[in-house]
Design a protein around this ligand. Structure first.
Ligand code: HEM
Length: 506
């Protein structure tokens, strides 16, 4: 009797579950049909796309994001859907869709919630993670300070570059270029925007830099494990690092607030640094802390250091181009005079070297947004990839910037670094967007470009050249490590050759 009752309950539950699942699926399909069409799905065979999840994790683990992207995006309409554990993610490098997400349908998307949650411990509600009114307020506070170059910025940069030269000279057998550039940028941006440099270049290891690296690593771990990430807070995973960062940032902000209290009428005339300027405007402690942490540790140093490191690698792999660039510097500035901002803008080869580096290696290789409501993207749906694509509320759209830039219209050999291509080629803004496009465009792009230009010119003035120590195969495609920014998966180790020393000594 008891067994029959249990069997009947089980049977009813199963029928109810199947009915709910079928009606849920019907509703879901109706919502998709109401907005457009699904794009091609990336195939999977196990329930909930478990095989796809494992494959994706494996490819990311192998730093094979670029090849994987080519495999899945090689479809009509350049748009696919990934179904991962009941989550649907649209991946696209279709220029029409890029334009819609970043520009024409900007208001229908928001920043990805997963990133916001994972990084909340470090960056709180900084400009990167905020939306609407609070984003506009942050933008208005930050833009005047970072969008323009001040004459003193070059003096500060030169001061820290000298320290970097000292560091390079302590490693005559080769130095990890990304690490050196990361330290350089950290020292510069803390000096310029906080008025207090971390001076990591003169230390063996900087506790702040280590703390930030570890905290970013933990945030990436939270993104990778999805909803489970909420059970992995930083106070559990990296309590010491959290304390180091707290102590440093609180010190900087409290000093600025105290200074402002002492001199409440000091003029915010562009001579104040970012933190003082915000204190002067009466912004609160938490707000200032979150904004400056975001700008200094997330926005500015990483992409700039990554770009310089890639440019150094490509110049080392292409000695002819390096020689031409050095000649351009010698003829227009000289090897013994510090470059001015104006001189840097008049070096066409330098400009093309930087543009090409950011085309092939955009630091933000994948830019993710989330749909605010059910909507459609212009193209990529249906079997021919020409119909509108349905995206439902909360679903993510991942823009594959790296892929869009490597197959832009009119490009030949898009996977190869060829600065001279820029002499006769102008890409569309939806096919070349290392700084993004639309309202969320990078606010610090002038400062970032200046840093890249200045550092490359100073390296070419100070040294005769640089040699990549793993330079056996110049054609080798480099792999990317996808973190918040995409950087080289392996160390780029170069030997810098002193001026006057024979190239045979390389
Ligand atoms: C070569 C160097 C740089 C590159 C390639 C770069 C790239 C980018 C990109 C792609 C975005 C858009 C992010 C998104 O859509 O999610 C962005 C935003 C931003 N960047 Fe940069 N960036 C660079 C340097 C800098 C520097 C030096 C600063 C500060 C001095 C800075 C400050 C910002 C800020 C504040 C935002 C947020 C804008 C907003 O959300 O309204 N960036 N950057």
């Amino acid at each position: 009797m008891g067994v029959t009752l249990w069997a009947s309950v089980l049977c009813c539950c199963t029928i109810l579950w199947i009915t709910l699942a079928v009606s849920g699926k019907k509703q879901y399909q109706a919502r998709i049909r109401a907005c457009g069409h699904p794009p091609r799905p990336v195939p999977y065979h196990l329930p909930f796309g478990l095989d796809l999840v494992c494959h994706l994790v494996w490819r990311l683990w192998q730093h094979d994001f670029v090849n994987y992207g080519w495999e899945i995006l090689d479809v009509p309409g350049r748009t696919v859907e990934l179904n991962l554990l009941s989550r649907r993610i649209i991946v696209t490098d279709n220029p029409e869709n890029i334009k819609a997400v970043m520009l024409s349908q900007f208001g229908e998307f928001k920043r990805d919630h997963a990133v916001h949650n994972a990084f909340h411990n470090i960056f709180g509600d900084s400009i990167f993670t905020s939306e609407g009114e609070s984003w506009i307020r942050a933008k208005n506070d930050i833009r005047p300070q970072i969008a323009h170059i001040r004459p003193a910025d070059l003096t500060t940069t030169e001061f820290h570059i000298q320290k970097m030269f000292d560091l390079i000279r302590t490693k005559p057998d080769g130095i990890n270029v990304y690490e050196a550039m990361d330290r350089l940028q950290l020292d510069i941006v803390t000096d310029v925007f906080l008025g207090r440099s971390i001076n990591s270049l003169t230390m063996k290891r900087s506790p702040i830099q280590d703390a930030i690296d570890r905290l970013v690593e933990m945030s990436m771990l939270r993104i990778r494990v999805g909803p489970m990430g909420q059970f992995l807070p930083d106070w559990l995973l990296a309590p010491r690092e959290l304390k180091v960062l707290d102590r440093f940032m609180d010190g900087v902000v409290d000093k600025a607030l105290a200074q402002t209290k002492e001199k409440p009428d000091a003029e915010a005339d562009g001579n104040l640094n970012l933190v003082l300027e915000m204190a002067q405007k009466g912004r609160g402690r938490k707000y200032i802390r979150e904004q400056i942490t975001g700008v200094v540790f997330l926005a500015s140093k990483d992409p700039t250091a990554i770009t310089i490191a890639w440019a150094v690698l490509e110049l080392a792999r292409n000695p002819d181009i390096m020689a031409s660039l050095r000649k351009e510097v010698e003829e227009n500035i000289g090897l013994d005079r510090l470059p001015t901002g104006d001189q840097l803008k008049r070096l066409p080869l330098l400009r093309n070297v930087i543009r090409e580096t950011m085309r092939l290696y955009p630091p933000l290789g994948l830019n993710v947004r989330q749909a605010r409501h059910d909507l459609s993207l212009p193209s990529g749906g249906g079997p021919n990839g020409k119909l509108p694509v349905a995206v439902l509320q909360g679903q993510q759209v991942a823009i594959a910037v790296t892929h869009a830039q490597r197959r832009a219209e009119g490009l030949i050999d898009g996977e190869t670094w060829i600065p001279s291509r820029w002499e006769g080629w102008t890409p569309k803004s939806t096919e070349y967007l290392p700084f993004n496009i639309g309202p969320r465009i990078c606010l610090g792009r002038n400062f970032g470009i200046l840093q890249v230009e200045y550092t490359l010119v100073r390296l070419l003035q100070e040294f005769e050249g640089f040699a990549w120590l793993d330079g056996g195969d110049r054609e080798r495609k480099m792999k990317f490590k996808v973190e918040l920014n995409a950087k080289a998966a392996e160390a780029i180790v170069c030997r810098f050759v002193e001026r006057g020393m024979s190239r045979d000594g390389v």
